[in-house]
Write a protein that binds this ligand. Sequence first.
Ligand code: ZN
Length: 425
Amino acid sequence: MNILIKNVHLLEDERGVRKDIYIAGSRIAGIDQAPEGFKAEVTIDGSSSLCMPGLVNAHTHAYMSVFRNYADDLPFEEWLFGKIDPLESRMTAEQAYWGNMLSITEMLRTGTTCFVDMHMFPEMCVKACADSGIRALITRGLVGSDRHDEGGLRRLREALDEIDYAADVPEAHVTFGLGPHAIYTCGEDYLKFIAETAAERGLPIHMHLSETQNEFDSCLREHGMSPAAYVQRLGLLEGPAILAHCVYLTDEDMEILKAPAISVVTNPASNMKLGNGFAPATRMLREGINVCLGTDGASSNNALNMFRELGLLTLTQKGAGLDSLAMTAPETLQIAVEGGYRAIGLADEAGCIEPGRLADLILLDEEAPNFQPKHNWKAALAYSSTGYEVTDSIVHGKLLMRNRELLTIDEERVNYEIARAVSHF
Ligand SMILES: [Zn+2]
C-alpha cells in the first residue's frame, strides 16, 4: 500500500518544520520528495501530528493478558508457582490466542509496533501477529531438566516446528529465537543443549536472568558464580541474546553483558510490582551495554503500555539513584526505540525515519492537553505521555490504526472472547 503522510512533525527534527513522508510497500520511500511514479492510496493529514518510529516492547508474554488483575499483591514465588502456573496449565490454545490479541490491541493503541514474546502455546502468537499485522520476535518458553527430559525435548521441538509453521504464514512479520525460561526452571544440561541448538540453527536466546535476589543467591550457592557468569559458561551468550531483567549484577557481569550481541531488557514496573528492586539501567547504559525496555507480561505489570513504562524507567532511575540526571528523556526514548530494534537484529532496518527503512511508524496527537505548551517533545513523551495520544500506527508499510480505530482487530470480539475465557477461572 502506498501511504502519504502530509505535513507531519518528525520527532528528530528539533526545528519543528513539517515534512511529507512517502511510504511504498513495506518501506519509507522518500521524505519531502515523492519517489518516481508514486501514487498515494491513502493520504494522512499530519498537520497536528508528531511522527516517530514505533516502540519495541522487548520482553513480554502476550498470551498472559488473560491473567491481568487476577493475582496481585503476592510474594514472587507464590505469585508464579502458586497462582499463575496452575492456571496456565489449564489454559487452552484458543484462550492464549485471544490473550495475544488483547495484548496486541493494547500495544498498538499505545505506540508499540514490535514486541519480543515468550509463550507456552505454539503457533498462537504467530497467528495473532498474522491477523493483526504487528511485528514480533517469538520464542516458545522452554523448561526442562536435561537433554533427555521428555517434556523439555517436546517444548524444544515445538519451538522449532513453530518456525516451520510460520514459513507458510507470509503475512506474519515474525522472527524466532529460543526461550529458556530461567536458570531456576531449566537444568544445566538442558541449558547447554539449548545453547548448542541455538548455535546450530542461528537463533537468538531470549530468557529471564537475575531477576530476583533469591535467584542470584541460589546461583552463587549452587554454581559458585552469578547467573550472568553461569549462562555465559553454559554457552548461552555465544550468539545474540536478549536477557530480561538483570536486576542483580556484579562488576564482572557488566563486562560480560557488554558483548555487542547481548541486549538487556529492563522491566521497571514488573520489577517493582514483584518487589524485585531496580535494575541498574543507568549504569548498564554508561558501561555501553545495549539496554532495551519491556513491560513483561500483563500479570506482573499490569499494562503493556510502553509510554507508561518509559516514564517509569526514567523516574525510577532518578529516584532510586538519588540523581536527577541518572537517565534523561532522550536516553529513555533511545532505549525504547533503538535499543529494542538492535536487540531484535533490525538496527539497520528500522528505528529511525529515513528513506529505505521499514515503515514502522506511529503518529501522536500534538494537541493533547498534556502535551501543551510545546516546549520539548522528548520530555513530553517521557514525562507527560499516557500512550493514548497515539492516533495512527503503521507496521511494515500497512496502516493498522487510523484515527484511533484499529483496522485489523475487532476489539468487541476480543473483549467478548477474553470475558468468555476468564469465566472458567
Ligand atoms: Zn517475563
